[in-house]
Design a binder for this molecule. Structure first.
Ligand SMILES: [Zn+2]
Ligand SMILES: [Zn+2]
Length: 280
């Protein structure tokens, strides 16, 4: 279904470097990048343009824009979100979503890579020393910084992005202080300014390739894989069902075929510690 086709990588931020080589070598497709792709129109990390769509809808929208702009029928887009980890308190994480859209065969495949490998951070900075410490901690200058200056007298805030040199950082920071601004330093999370993020996108691309290599046994559409886990793993002491996974349900991205795999985590019974009857 995909062999020999052209895949449009919907990015303006050099993400094709993380995505294209893997997909070209493993999937036997040709990757192209649309000229001047306006992905920032869907929102920016720094908030000048609000991100109104969910990450999934934003990635879909990018795919559609790329297909409209080029006339092809196969596109991939990524959408990153940064913030606290959903289950580990105070741990920043990079949540990368990759969506592959095929309008010729009418299906899409979405994969997600949740990683704690990120330099994502922001800090209010009052002194040059603190700025240095922050910069060092987040991997500057190989990772770019953003300085955001806000004013109490109603002047519009100023955002300087993609700062990659010590001189520029000093110059902007001292100028902002002179203007009476409050300064916040932020990591620049745009992929081409953030090698750590680029690596996470590469991992997401690997996940996508692995998913694409798995075909639906019924209709042969690529992307067959786990869609959800079903609870009910029996307790090892009393045998009652627990909240732990008993089955993994694999599904097709196009037809309604699905199958269940028992004991997806290799365990046939759960520790009574996690049993609502033995350990209420
Ligand atoms: Zn029990
Ligand atoms: Zn199918």
């Amino acid at each position: 279904m995909l062999k020999g086709r052209t895949l449009v990588v919907a990015t303006a931020h050099g993400k094709e470097k993380a995505i294209a080589p893997l997909l070209e070598s493993r999937m036997n497709i040709r990757c192209i990048v649309p000229a001047a792709f306006p992905s920032d129109s869907l929102g920016t990390f720094t908030g000048e343009i609000e991100r109104a769509l969910t990450p999934l809808d934003a990635a879909r929208e990018k795919c559609k824009m790329a297909l409209d702009a080029t006339g092809y029928s196969l596109a991939v887009a990524s959408e990153g979100s940064f913030g606290p980890h959903p289950t580990i308190p105070f741990m920043p994480c990079d949540d990368e979503l990759l969506v592959l859209m095929d309008t010729e065969h009418d299906f899409e495949i979405a994969v997600r890579e949740l990683s704690t490998e990120t330099n994502f951070a922001t800090e209010d900075i009052h002194q040059l020393d603190a700025l240095h410490t922050f910069a060092e901690r987040v991997g500057f200058p190989s990772h770019a910084l953003i300085l955001r200056a806000t004013y109490t007298d109603g002047r519009k805030e100023t955002i300087e992005k993609g700062i990659q040199s010590e001189e520029k950082l000093h110059e902007l920071f001292t100028a902002f202080l002179k203007q009476g601004a409050s300064v916040r330093a932020e990591t620049d999370m745009r992929a081409h300014f953030n090698p750590t993020r680029m690596k996470v996108i590469e991992k997401a691309a690997l996940r996508l390739v692995e998913r694409m290599e798995s075909e639906c046994p019924k209709c042969t559409t690529p992307g067959f894989g786990i869609v959800r886990y079903l609870p009910g793993l029996p307790c090892g002491f009393c045998g009652m069902p627990t909240a732990s996974s008993m089955y993994a349900e694999k599904g097709c991205v196009k037809c309604d075929y699905s199958e269940r795999e028992a004991f997806p985590h290799g365990k046939q019974e759960e520790d009574p510690m996690y049993c609502a009857f033995c350990n209420p």
